[in-house]
Design a protein around this ligand. Structure first.
Ligand code: BGC
Length: 726
């Protein structure tokens, strides 16, 4: 029996009443909306309904003018609101009002390990979408980074479902806080670009539930995402756009999704199968729009009794539900584009995403007082990343390059000179054969770079990839650094003892030789409008780096699961995901394979000491929550942010378990010399595995170890708990 003092009792009652009346008001509002939508549907002809179920231009589906229902307009993400293209053509519409904020790419956001950054990202996207009168933002994209070569790794977040989910939820909430619908994509198991339109991903139920679906589920259930995009590929034999199990059973029935399923562009393959399996809107690139699967053929299918009017009405209901939360909602915000606040958000995200990989000589932060000359070398120092390749980009209002960022910061005190270093000879529109020679060093450019590096106090070498080399539609063929960059690195490193390597890319690369030979390595991303300023601030110490890798960098491609098991890109258009749940670090840790850089890795200009891990109890029931306390002291001379990562490990289990799994994390600023008490919460339910026998989540009783660390391979504190069944 629990006794409450009268005062407390009153308060508890008031809180309860507040929640009850709030939820009653909520369900009343839902009911009213439902009735309103029913009324609208009743007024529509079948033809009008079907107009709403397919694209009528590149980025819109039909409305019903007669009833005041507008078109459903959309645009890409995720890097920002895409420039306006012609209504029926991918060519630019040549507007002068669509220059937008270029936001850091998905893996950059993931590297911040900071849900607040994902939230800021979403708010900017939502506000800019409103300014452009776009109702649906085709973002965020967070397919699991299963294969390090995937051309869209830069768009996606992470190899870990928990990190993915925490960020996806906030990105969705941020976008939708502006009455703009997020369209989470690509549902589901869309993990490679090679054969993406045809590949059949064979994935077992447990891996599906534990690895590939959690972020989608969280985006729907916690983030309340209004729309979702079905992926191009097949999952277990069925196209995602007509996958009854993914769409009707899991998404709509199990998760209670109330919004609309939109197909990826030209990713619909059938009328009746897709309509009955749960697809709501067919989108694509080119007309004639009235011939599409969800246009005249759908009308015919309804007339022939193959698709019921009830099914059509349900689709229209979902679209109207999205509209009443967005374009048809009261007080729809006007939006704004590329404002100082948006630029600041882009800067914040970029500055928290940069990962310090190595700083053995303590060359960083740069001793700006004594450095009088800097050689800035490499194509990536002057390149912008807002556009390129096949993927959606942004017509950036501006983009600060790395060179411009350094000049802004140090131009007055140091002589900064630039050398090209290499030629980025790769176009996504060309084949491998047509791009031949792209990996050859340019000896003349190397000689010029070496000559420059010999004369300066410091050489900063900007290498990596770009938006042509990492692109939608292609996967890379291997992990090697392109454009003869390694030869450039070797030569410049020899010429200047103070050479700093800055890699700009969106996915893992082979840095074996650089890790071995170079003392200073920084990792940056396609980091948005403010990328160059953020990078300069990290290099000079205004910002203490706090980014952590959101995926494993394998030492060799053959070490990573899909290659070790020879399941990529698959034979006969079939990719069996034989590694099951052992994706990313789950594989490397369980199989005891040393990666080049592990998941969660990233250094700081300061050091953090972990101590005193404790849990609030020793034993827990499945419906309880574990509260973990750990103290983290900043023992260095500068303030810094640390991401405390909490992994859970279960040695003995009735099912296969990864060596460890991320279950909580917290990023926080700790001032030099200070100690923070970090509290992490893990619901015992989140320790469950998906039990394929009874198709439910099962918490296994027994001993669990809680591992708190600064990366997945640098565990500092361990606690043990017991989970009891009763
Ligand atoms: C991509 C989607 C994108 C759509 C519209 C497709 O090729 O897979 O992510 O939203 O095009 O541009």
């Amino acid at each position: 029996m629990i006794y409450l003092k009268p005062q407390k009792c009153l308060m508890a009652c008031a809180v309860l009443l507040f929640f009850l009346s709030n939820s009653q008001a909520q369900s009343k509002a839902d009911l009213n909306l439902d009735q309103k939508i029913t009324g609208v549907i009743k007024k529509m002809t079948l033809e009008e309904k079907i107009e709403m179920l397919h694209g009528n231009a590149l980025f819109s589906s039909g409305g019903v003018k007669r009833l005041g229902i507008p078109e459903l307009t959309c645009d890409d993400g995720p890097l920002g609101v895409r420039e306006e293209v012609l209504r029926f053509d991918w060519k630019s519409a040549n507007w002068t009002t669509d220059s937008a904020t270029f936001l850091p790419n998905g893996s950059a956001i993931a590297a911040t390990w900071n849900p607040a950054m994902a939230r800021q990202y979403g708010v900017v996207l939502g506000q800019e979408a409103n300014a452009r009168k776009k109702i649906v933002m085709l973002a965020p994209a967070f397919n699991i980074c299963r294969v390090p070569l995937n051309g869209r790794t830069y768009e996606y977040y992470s190899e870990d479902p928990y990190l993915n989910a925490q960020l996806a939820v906030q990105a969705v909430k941020g976008i939708q806080s502006q009455n703009v619908a997020a369209c989470v994509k690509h549902y589901a198991v869309n993990n490679q670009e090679v054969n993406r339109n045809t590949v059949n991903a064979i994935v077992d139920e447990r891996a599906l539930r534990e690895i590939y679906l959690p972020a989608f589920q969280a985006a729907i259930q916690e983030g309340n995402a209004y729309t979702i995009m079905s992926a191009y590929n097949k999952v277990n034999g069925r196209w995602c756009s007509e996958n009854e199990y993914l769409l009707n059973t899991i998404l709509k029935k199990e998760w209670g999704f109330k919004g609309a399923v939109i197909s990826d562009w030209a990713g619909t393959h059938n009328t009746v199968a897709a309509a009955n399996a749960g697809l709501d809107i067919e989108m694509g690139s080119s007309g004639p729009y009235d011939q599409w699967y969800f246009a005249k053929p759908l009308l015919a299918a309804v007339k022939a009794g193959k698709v019921s009017v009830k099914t059509i009405d349900e689709k229209v209901r979902r679209i109207l539900w999205v509209m009443y939360h967005t374009s048809m909602s009261a007080n729809h915000p006007a939006g704004s584009i590329s404002t100082p606040a948006h630029n600041k958000a882009a800067y914040n995200i970029a500055s928290e995403s940069i990962v310090l990989l190595k700083n053995d000589k303590f060359l960083l932060p740069l001793k700006t007082k004594s450095i009088k000359s800097i050689a800035v070398i490499g194509d990536n120092a002057t390149r912008t990343f807002a556009l390129g390749g096949f993927g959606a980009g942004v017509k950036a209002k501006y983009e600060i390059t790395a060179l411009a960022g350094l000049k802004n910061k140090l131009g007055k005190t140091a002589d900064i000179r630039f050398a090209q270093g290499y030629r980025a000879n790769w176009l996504a529109s060309k084949t491998l054969a047509q791009n031949e020679g792209y990996d050859k060093p340019d000896e003349a450019l190397i000689a010029e770079a070496v000559a420059l590096a010999k004369t300066t106090d410091v050489a900063i070498l900007f290498i990596g990839s770009n938006r042509e080399y990492e692109s939608e539609g292609n996967d890379r063929k291997d992990l090697s650094l392109p454009f003869g960059e390694q030869a450039l690195v070797d030569a410049v490193t020899k010429a200047n003892a103070n050479t700093i390597i800055v890699v700009t890319a969106g996915a893992p690369y082979d840095l074996n030789k650089i890790k071995k030979n170079n003392h200073t390595i920084v990792w940056s991303w396609f980091n948005g409008s403010e990328g160059g300023n953020a990078l300069a601030d990290v290099l000079t110490g205004k910002i203490n780096p706090s980014g952590k890798l959101p995926f494993t960098f394998p030492a060799a491609l053959k070490d990573s699961p899909a290659f070790a098991l020879d399941t990529y890109p698959g034979d006969n258009m079939t990719a069996p995901y034989k590694e099951g749940i052992l994706v990313g670090y789950r594989w490397f840790d369980t199989k005891k394979i040393d990666p080049l850089y592990c998941f969660g890795y990233g250094l700081s200009y300061t050091n953090f000491n972990y101590a005193g891990i404790k849990t609030d109890k020793k034993a827990y029931l499945p419906n309880q929550q574990v509260t973990v306390n750990v103290t983290v002291k900043n023992t260095g001379a500068v303030d810094g942010m640390e991401t405390v990562q909490l992994y859970v490990s279960k040695a003995k289990s009735v099912v296969e378990k990864p060596e460890k799994e991320l279950k909580a994390f917290k990023k926080l600023m700790i001032k030099s010399g200070q100690t923070a008490n970090v509290v992490l919460r893990v619901p015992v339910q989140s320790l469950a595995y998906y039990n394929v026998k009874n198709k439910s989540w099962t918490v296994e009783p027994g001993q669990y170890r809680l591992l708190a660390g600064t990366s997945s391979r640098n565990i500092k504190q361990v606690a043990a708990i017991t989970v009891k069944s009763k």
